[in-house]
Write a protein that binds this ligand. Sequence first.
Ligand code: BTN
Length: 328
Amino acid sequence: MKSEILRLLKESNGYVSGQQLCDAFQVSRTAVWKVIEHLKKEGYQIEAVRNKGYRLVGSPDVMSKAEIESLVRTEWAGRQVVYYEETDSTNIRAKDAGEKGGEHAVHGTLFVAERQMAGKGRRGRGWESPAGTSIYMTILLHPKFLPGKAPQLTLLMAVAVVEAIRKVTGLACGIKWPNDVIYQGKKLCGILTEMSTEVSFINYVVIGVGINVNQETFPEELGDKATSLKLELGANVRRAELIAAVMEQFESCYGTFLETEDLSGVRKKYNQLLVNRNQDVRVLEPGNEYEAHAVGINDTGELIVRTEGQERAVYAGEVSVRGVYGYV
Ligand code: BTN
C-alpha cells in the first residue's frame, strides 16, 4: 500500500484527501496516517492540511522498495522489487531466487541493494559497492528462447541504460563494446549477465547493472577510468527515478528483441551509440592479440572488425577490445 499511496501523491498535482486514500485502499484513516508518518520518517516532505488532505512537496534520493515501485511504469520489468539495505551481491540474490523459485522468481523481478559486500564484476573481478551513491540492481528473467541467444541481452541492457540516462539527465553516453556505458572515455556503468541453462532451454538469466550515480570521488586506481553522473552533470541524480527509467527502456528493448530473437531491431541504435565504431582497436583474445578496425555489431551482437583486408566477427565471451591508444 505504501508504494501505491506514494504513487498517488506523486501523480496528483494538488492535495489528495484522506478519504480518497481510504476509499482507494479500503483501509481506515489511521492506517493511511501511519503510512504517511512512515514516509515522512524516510525523508519525504508531506504537507497535511485539514479539509484538504495530503500533498507531496519534496522527495529525497530515497531508493526504497516503495519509492522504486511507485515510479516504475512497466508491464513486467521491475514491477516487483526485492530491496536490501545490504547484501552480498544482487546477482547472487537473483540467482538464488531463480534456483529456488517462489514469489521472488517471477519474470522481471528486480533485486536492488544500497550496498553490496561481494559485488561482482566481469572476468571474476569485484565491483566496489559502498552505500549511498550508486545503483546496484539485477533483473531476473525467464526467457523462452534458446540459451545461445541470451548473451545478446547484455547489449540490450546497455542500450536501455544509455537511453534511460539520456531521458532522466539529458547526458548523451556511449557504449564500449560489448556493454560498458561510458562518457568521454570513462566508465559510468558495468553490466554482468549470468545464467543457468540446459542444452535446449534457459532456466533463468540475471542481468546485473552497476551505475555510478552520485559519487564525488573514486579510488585512485579507478580515478582516470571511472566517472559518475554527478561528476559529469554537477548535480545529484535521483537513483530511484533512474532505476524506473532503465526498467522502462529495457522492457521496450526486450519487446523488440523478442520479435526476431536477435538484435536486428536495436542494432542501428546500438551502432550509433558504439564508441568503438570506425575506430582502430586491439582485440584481446586469449592467446591472440591483434589490431583491427571496428565497424559495428552484427545482428547477434558480435563486433565486426576489419583486419588485413578481411572482415571478422568477434564474439564477446572471452574477448575484449581496447582502443589502440587507451581504454576506449
Ligand atoms: C563489470 O565488470 O563491468 C560488470 C559490473 C557489474 C556490477 C553489477 S552491480 C549489481 C550487480 N551485482 C553484482 O554483484 N554485480 C552487478
